[in-house]
Design a protein around this ligand. Structure first.
Ligand code: CU
Length: 603
């Protein structure tokens, strides 16, 4: 057995949602530090300059974790405020940004590195290169190629550089520093930046090298001044799943040799479904070509040290770094900027009232306040998508195991890895003291789940199958009851919802006719594409859902070759293979499919 589960005594809803800046600190001091802006003249233009340093640090992530957690992360050079997800930037359309990132990451990685992943031409592998390589990529940004932080644009603290690395021409930089020029010549939206170094992207992003980058524009500011949006920035919700090293790590994962209890855990064993000789492994998670029945032919033996797994799903939900946080809001319309910053997990979100009889659980048969989605990673929608919170994940009737969702919905609010949702939740008229649970019932992998990745209160004990023991009431591990929202007393908004919605839709439509100009955008924008409804939040351009985790067609898409990656680098939202050159096959062990992973809708 080698798959470790987080400590079982982590209380849900015991810490507040980390907010923006020091004023958003929760009871254990977590918040999202903003990067410090300086204004410089560059290339004849006023330019926002941010100076960051990438380092290792540790932070208390929950009072019930057995210790502090080590991270790699970005830190503002002026405040030196080292915190998880630090470096939040708010940019303005038309005003470019220069970002400088000094690399002070130590040579030893905090997570299990697979040295056998290809990392360059002529057979170069991850193990041939320093492990403290970083490449900063603005995900969703309209970025000139030299600043795109693609997988081969890495650099090290000693000044070693990947084959395509280039700094901003004409802007001074030290050898241990990467400089990046972002045009911000795109409409308002949440983008984000994260590490993208070849072969270790999945580990660096998971280790904490990621933060939010919000682009605002005049259209958006006008919506705020007209009272159609609650505010310009809103409340960021960076949603991630993570695993924490338990105190009994050596009985769960005997070969673990990285962080201490309370630190980040990452799978590092390719646990096969069938041992050689055909013996089934009840704890297996992956098919391995040579031992699968019938065996695939021509598979090379596993290289020594190989430890990458195709996709990593974890048992603990973090939002802005807070574990199962609780946020208090006024009885008004509140804007949330959601980002799925998970490795591979999809979220299918409904908002439900908290159960009156079982605290911390969701009353899943009752819809909570409506979620009005105004934007995606493609910017503002053409009209508001209304999520009524009355829609469990739709299961595929053709799938006899009951574990497969219909990949095209209809959904309430579905967020694939790296997708964003800009939403306004209407709490007008909600009595003070009411509480709601943001509830996820997406299978993991998506759309066909493995029940061991579905953590909820009272779940069956799966330790015999390499899964978690049953989750106790009020505690993790849990991937369903993600966040609690408590409504305070006070006055509501002055505008009625029906009028607000009608006026907002008029504006959104106008925005499209004025600003939506198809053109050959570079990089991520080029991949934005229409996906047909029925999912209303697909009504706009989307850039991320080019992947479905764990599904059959993924395998065919992702057997990319390293020489192709060497040109531009592959970039997909699922971090586990975002910058890798190869990917093992993944098919689910039929015996371990959930009987009802998505329909046992409790906690
Ligand atoms: Cu990305």
């Amino acid at each position: 057995m080698a798959f470790a589960q987080s400590p079982t005594k982590i209380r849900k809803f015991a810490v507040e949602l980390p907010g923006l800046g020091p004023s958003g600190a929760n009871r254990i001091g977590q918040y999202l530090p903003m990067a410090t802006k300086h204004t410089v003249k560059f290339a004849g233009q006023n330019t926002d300059l941010y100076d960051l340093v990438a380092t290792k640090f540790s932070q208390t992530m929950h009072p019930d974790l057995p210790g502090k957690t080590q991270f790699f992360g970005y830190t503002d050079m002026f405040t030196l405020d080292q915190k998880y997800l630090a470096g939040v930037i708010v940019a303005k359309r038309g005003t470019p940004t220069i970002l400088t990132v000094r690399n002070l990451v130590p040579p030893k990685h905090i997570l299990p590195v697979d040295p056998t992943i290809m990392a360059g031409p002529n057979g170069q592998m991850v193990g041939d290169l320093p492990l403290n390589r970083i490449a900063t990529h603005l995900h969703g940004g309209l970025t000139p190629w030299f600043s795109d932080g693609t997988p081969f644009q890495w650099f090290t603290p000693s000044g070693m550089r990947g084959p395509s690395f280039m700094n901003v021409p004409g802007f001074p930089a030290l050898p241990n520093t990467g400089t990046y020029y972002y045009t911000n010549d795109q409409s308002a939206r949440l983008v984000w930046y994260h590490d993208h170094a070849i072969g270790i992207t999945r580990l660096n992003a998971y280790a904490g090298l990621a933060s939010a980058y919000i682009i605002t524009d005049d259209f958006e500011a006008n919506l705020v001044s007209q009272g159609l949006l609650p505010d310009l920035v809103g409340i960021p919700l960076v949603i991630q799943d993570k695993g924490f090293v338990p105190t009994n790590i050596f009985s769960q994962d005997p070969t673990w040799k990285w962080g201490s209890p309370g630190e980040l855990w990452y799978p590092h064993d390719y646990e096969v479904n069938t041992f050689s000789g055909g013996t089934p492994n009840p704890k297996g998670r992956w098919d391995w070509g040579p031992t699968v029945v019938p065996p695939s032919v021509g598979t090379l033996p596993l290289a020594k040290g190989a430890c990458a797994i195709p996709e990593a799903f974890f048992d603990t939900i973090l939002i802005n770094g807070g574990l199962y946080p609780v946020v208090t809001v006024a009885p008004k319309r509140v804007r949330f900027r959601m980002l799925n910053g998970s490795q591979a997990r999809f979220y299918h979100l409904n908002l439900h009232p908290e159960s009156k009889t079982i605290p911390g659980e969701a009353n899943v048969s009752t819809p909570g306040p409506l979620i009005y989605q105004v934007g995606t990673e493609g910017g503002f929608l053409t009209s508001v998508a209304v999520h009524r919170n009355d829609r469990p994940i739709p299961l595929d009737p053709a799938d006899s195991t009951g574990t497969c969702a219909l990949p095209d919905g209809p959904f309430n609010l579905l967020l694939a890895p790296a997708e964003r949702a800009d939403v306004v939740i209407d709490f007008n008229g909600v009595p003070a003291g009411s509480s709601f649970i943001l509830y996820n019932d997406a299978p993991a992998p998506f759309p066909c789940g493995d029940m061991r990745n579905d953590y909820f209160t009272g779940a069956p004990d799966l330790t015999a199958f390499g899964g978690a023991p049953s989750t106790q009431l009020g505690h993790g591990p849990n991937t369903r009851t993600m966040m609690k929202i408590v409504v305070s007393g006070g006055n509501g908004d002055s505008v009625w919802t029906s009028k607000w919605l009608a006026d907002l839709n008029v504006q959104l439509k106008t925005n499209v006719s004025v600003q939506w100009h198809p053109r050959s955008h570079a990089h991520s924008e080029r991949r934005l594409r229409r996906i047909r409804p029925p999912d209303p939040n697909h009504g706009n351009l989307r850039s991320e859902r080019s992947q479905q985790s764990g599904s059959g067609y993924l395998g065919t898409r992702l057997h990319g070759r390293c020489d192709r990656a060497a040109k531009g680098g592959s970039h997909r939202g699922v971090a586990d293979y975002e910058s890798n050159c190869r990917r093992p096959s993944n098919s689910l062990p039929p015996g371990k499919r959930a009987t009802h992973p998505a329909t046992a809708r409790r906690g």
